[in-house]
Ligand binder design. Structure first.
Ligand code: XMP
Length: 326
């Protein structure tokens, strides 16, 4: 039997009862596969790796070692939430790596989008590898591979990037979600007690805010992306758009425009708001965000975010625009 093929008669996991049955089955399966050995997991805080972590914690507790790499390109509050949920609430064995300076130093003066992506991916593997070498007795690597990853690629999750580990660090894989679709992963995550803000989060690219801080990343402009994104998310949540809009975020380009602030001429960055709906990310339409809400968000961003004097709304569908700007 092909282990990477979803059986035709496999029921879609749509209810808490079905999720519980899946969890019970996987817990037994994981215990059998892993025995008393240790398992390593790169825990980004995204839906898939979080659900894998919660499932493995249930199955093998502290035999799971989660490594959370903070590369400085995460959204506001994300690294803190990973520590709170997994270390404080679930009592997980969590290694938190503050790699912010490392990543930002490597990315300094690099403006080309694909180069930025490559640096972020390669540095992630390097940091993860260093952490893996510090640990002893690890025999397994858990991954949040889901069924679309298997259907669309060779089953290695691009944004996890741990597929590039060197020869002597090739662990056996534990991939309990590999036959599930995204909506099923969410139902399982909910049944495992993960917070809604983790289970229903919008898609977030592996290179994170790095591709939304256009051109060469600087710390001040990166903070402008992070702070404006936090305001946008807060306002969308308050106004009932959080679960409705597929993906929404802000972008800060690497140019300035003239404005006036406190009666004085200002020369500062614009923030661009993007809010789109899609089925499969191949095409996308723009969300019709109420004008009054856009005005309120503009008011908050220009008042609260340092270095910003102007806000624009991107009206472009995909095609001709892609969802991200880089
Ligand atoms: P585009 O910009 O190509 O984006 O219309 C389609 C979807 O893919 C996400 N995206 C990425 N995800 N690594 C990722 O893991 C990346 O480098 C990357 N680039 C784009 C994007 O956020 C959107 O959901």
């Amino acid at each position: 039997m092909d282990n990477n093929k979803r059986p035709e008669d496999m029921a879609r996991i749509t209810t808490p009862e079905l999720a519980q049955a899946f969890i019970d089955e996987q817990v037994a399966e994981i215990k059998k596969q892993v025995g008393d050995k240790k398992v390593l997991l790169a825990l980004s805080g995204g839906v898939d790796s979080s659900v894998v972590a919660a499932l493995l914690i249930k199955a093998i507790g502290k035999q799971l070692v989660c490594v959370h790499v903070n590369h400085g390109l995460l959204r506001k509050g994300e690294p803190e939430q990973v520590v709170e949920v997994f270390r404080n609430q679930m009592d997980a064995n969590l290694v938190y790596v503050d790699a912010v300076d490392r990543f930002l130093d490597k990315l300094k003066d690099v403006a080309e989008p694909e180069k930025k992506r490559k640096i972020i991916g390669a540095e992630f593997i390097r940091v993860f590898e260093e952490e893996a070498r510090k640990l002893e007795g690890i025999e397994f690597l858990a991954q949040g591979t889901i069924y679309p990853d298997i259907l669309e690629s060779d089953g290695v999750k691009a944004h996890h990037n741990v597929g590039g580990l060197p020869e002597d660090l090739q662990f056996s894989l534990v991939e309990p979600l590999k036959l599930l679709f995204k909506d099923e992963v969410r139902v399982v995550g909910k049944a495992l007690g993960l917070p809604d803000s983790m289970v229903y989060r919008q898609p977030f690219p592996g290179p994170g805010l790095g591709v939304r801080c256009l051109g060469a990343i600087t710390r001040d402009r990166l903070e402008a992306v992070r702070e404006s994104d936090a305001i946008l998310r807060e306002e969308f949540a308050k106004n009932g758009l959080e679960g409705k809009v597929w993906q929404y975020f802000t972008i800060v380009p690497d140019f300035k425009s003239v404005g006036v602030k406190d009666g004085k001429r200002s020369f500062e960055w614009p923030v661009i708001i993007r809010a789109v709906n899609t089925r499969d990310a191949m095409t996308a339409t723009v969300e019709d965000v109420p004008f009054s809400l856009l005005q309120h968000i503009t008011d908050r961003i220009t008042k609260e975010v340092a270095g910003v004097n102007r806000v624009c709304f991107d009206l472009t569908p995909k095609p001709t625009g892609t969802i991200e700007w880089e």
